[in-house]
Design a binder for this molecule. Structure first.
Ligand code: DER
Length: 206
């Protein structure tokens, strides 16, 4: 329901960022069914392939500098609009795409809202100096999965934390951290949560 509602926010002629994950897999057919003339960029090869199969026009993000809208799922959604993303390991690209969009729309099912964000917080780390980065951060577990398409090591910050802004600042300031899955409310425009037959909409930004 949330994915269908998000697809209706897309208009003819828009440049659209497509997220990654199981929720986005409902968005792609809903978007394709609208038969709009849109240009898409994808946050993962998985999404690019699925979108192209449905007839959506997917371009490289090396030639487009701004997007009208980006739509993506989330692993956790807090009441104040903070998100944890990256369960699928695509959070670094997802954040670049979200930040390039005029509107970032989050789609989620009713299991994603949470009163308080909690571990794991996905991170992407540079392979160079990995043991040193892990020692500095502490509490990080490297995932048993392939490197990111950009050569990064996907891992999870597993330690308890209070203020997401504080942890986001610490992660961003640590050399060797390429990206992290904490997305602040400043990035988010709209959150659509599907509950049964209804879609709850929370508007945060423009
Ligand atoms: O990996 C990701 O960042 C995904 O967008 C994730 O946050 C949501 O994935 P899901 O729709 O499969 O739950």
């Amino acid at each position: 329901m949330a994915a269908e509602a998000a697809a209706l926010l897309v208009e003819d002629g828009m440049k659209v960022g497509l997220g990654t994950g199981t929720t986005v897999s409902y968005l792609l057919p809903a978007l394709a069914r609208r038969k709009l003339s849109i240009r898409c960029v994808a946050t993962s090869e998985r999404t690019a392939e699925a979108a192209a199969r449905l007839g959506l026009s997917v371009e490289s993000f090396s030639t487009i500098s701004e997007l009208d809208i980006a739509i993506d799922g989330a692993d956790q959604v807090a009441p104040d609009g903070w998100l944890v993303k990256g369960g699928g390991g695509a959070h670094t690209r997802e954040k670049i795409v979200a930040a390039a969009a005029d509107r970032f729309v989050v789609i989620a099912d009713s299991s994603k809202p949470t009163l308080v964000l909690h571990p794991p917080v996905p991170v992407e780390l540079l392979n160079f100096g990995l043991p040193a980065t892990l020692r500095t951060l502490g509490g990080v577990t490297v995932r048993d999965c392939p490197l990111s398409p950009d050569g990064g090591v996907i891992a999870d910050y597993m330690a308890a934390f209070g203020d997401p802004a504080e942890l986001a600042a610490r992660l961003a300031a640590t050399p060797g951290v390429v990206g992290h899955g904490l997305f602040g409310p400043d990035l988010v425009s709209v959150i659509l949560v599907g509950r049964g037959d209804e879609v709850e909409q929370r508007t945060l930004g423009s």
